[in-house]
Design a protein around this ligand. Structure first.
Ligand code: PHB
Length: 391
């Protein structure tokens, strides 16, 4: 096999160490040219729900740079859903037209793009929102009660409004309408942001969801809101239209030590209803993709998600970055990681299927092509400038 390994060192084929990352992969009716996925990242360059025109080339560059699939920045499902006034949505023709230009640009470059649907619920930044006088909404009126051990220094979230059953059902419908807009615009699928303590996760997390009706209580009830959204989207958009789900152990605000699922059985009880409702892939959001999810096993959260459900699963969290990784500010430069053998091995042994790349792709739009070609010495570090510019 000397011959093939020589070929693999060439400039067009990836080196053996990273080649698993560059095999094609199928999700529903989509064929990804490789496993590299641009992770969803808030950029705050929209106004009145309309993306800045610079977004078209921003996304185009990552597709031209070889990414297989782009997960868009979070797209607000309603005005009250938006984190702040700089988040894009699908609520107007102008907003949808700009997204259509993005989708066309990505497709022209041979990439795929799915829309991440985002409702922040009680995690909305009220003072930066379009209508700060309006109450945020959630499963309850207060994210964490002041005496909750996770409520650092009391509850630093303003009071919101606990949704009635009718309001929950109207919010489910908003997700479905947003997914249908995504499909009509030409997106290749959607991802539900159901992580990090935002609205869907507020229903999931028992520390927040203190409802006593069918949307609170056991895990079947706490997943009901998400299940109704997933089922509704599948009904309206068709079974073939891929629906991904981003979930996480950690919660806002910066509650990185929270383990909402204390063991694999709890994770399974959570994932089964979602898988049964029709989720096509799981995006297991962590800050360090390699960390074991539970004691007693080296398996990662994305690895467990795949093992439990059999669904395609994406690892994400500091992929492509070497450190320092514990930076609290955006001023510290983070070095690129030239050694992708660990994530490649996870793909090779089928622990996970997809490689979610976030910050490294902000500094290196051509990250995928560079890694594939072995030009890793040219990778730029992540720094504040990458965060501030829409390039
Ligand atoms: C952020 O904008 O920093 C942000 C947005 C969504 C998340 C996490 C962080 O899920």
């Amino acid at each position: 096999m000397v011959e093939s390994s020589v070929v693999a060192q060439g400039s067009t084929l990836p080196s053996a160490a990273v080649s698993p990352i560059f095999s094609a992969f199928r999700i529903g009716n989509c064929t990804l040219r490789n496993r590299v996925v641009m992770a969803p990242m808030t950029r705050q360059f929209a106004q009145d729900g309309v993306l800045a025109p610079s977004a078209v080339d921003y996304y185009r560059r990552r597709a031209a740079g070889g990414v297989g699939l782009i997960l868009s920045e979070g797209i607000a499902t309603s005005e009250i859903a938006a984190h702040s006034a700089t988040i894009p949505d699908f609520l107007t023709g102008a907003a949808r037209d700009m997204w259509r230009s993005v989708v066309e640009a990505v497709h022209q470059e041979g990439g795929l793009i799915m829309a991440q649907l985002w409702h922040t619920g009680l995690g909305r930044i009220v003072e930066q929102a379009k209508h700060p006088d309006q109450l945020s909404v959630g499963p309850v009126d207060q994210y964490l009660l002041p005496d909750n051990p996770h409520a650092q220094g009391g509850n630093n979230h303003p009071l919101g409004h606990a949704m009635t059953i009718e309001e929950i059902q109207a919010t489910v419908e908003e997700y479905i309408v947003a997914a249908k807009h995504a499909q009509d615009i030409g997106f290749d699928g959607i991802e539900l942001h159901a992580a990090h303590g935002y609205l869907i996760d507020q229903f999931f997390w028992d520390q927040c969801n203190r409802r006593t009706d069918q949307y609170g209580g056991d895990i079947i009830n706490r997943t009901r809101f998400a299940v109704e959204i997933i089922r509704g989207i599948k009904q309206r958009c068709g079974e073939d239209f891929p629906v991904g789900l981003r979930f996480s152990q950690w919660k806002l605000p910066f509650l990185y030590a929270v383990k909402a699922f204390p063991d694999p059985a709890a994770l399974a009880a959570f994932l089964f209803p979602l898988a049964e409702a029709g989720v096509d892939f799981l995006d297991a959001s962590t800050r360090r993709y390699w960390e074991p999810a539970f004691e007693g096993s080296d398996l990662t959260l994305a690895g467990w998600a795949k093992k439990i459900t059999g669904l395609p699963s994406m690892a994400v969290g500091s992929i492509g970055l070497a450190g320092p990784l514990d930076v609290a500010d955006m001023l510290t430069e983070v070095r690129p990681d030239a050694d992708l053998s660990r994530i490649a091995a996870m793909i090779e042994r089928d622990e996970v299927d997809l490689v979610g790349v976030g910050r490294a792709l902000l500094s290196n739009p051509d990250w995928a092509n560079k890694v594939k070609a072995g030009d890793v010495a040219d990778l730029a570090p992540f720094n504040q400038q990458a965060m501030m510019t829409h390039w």
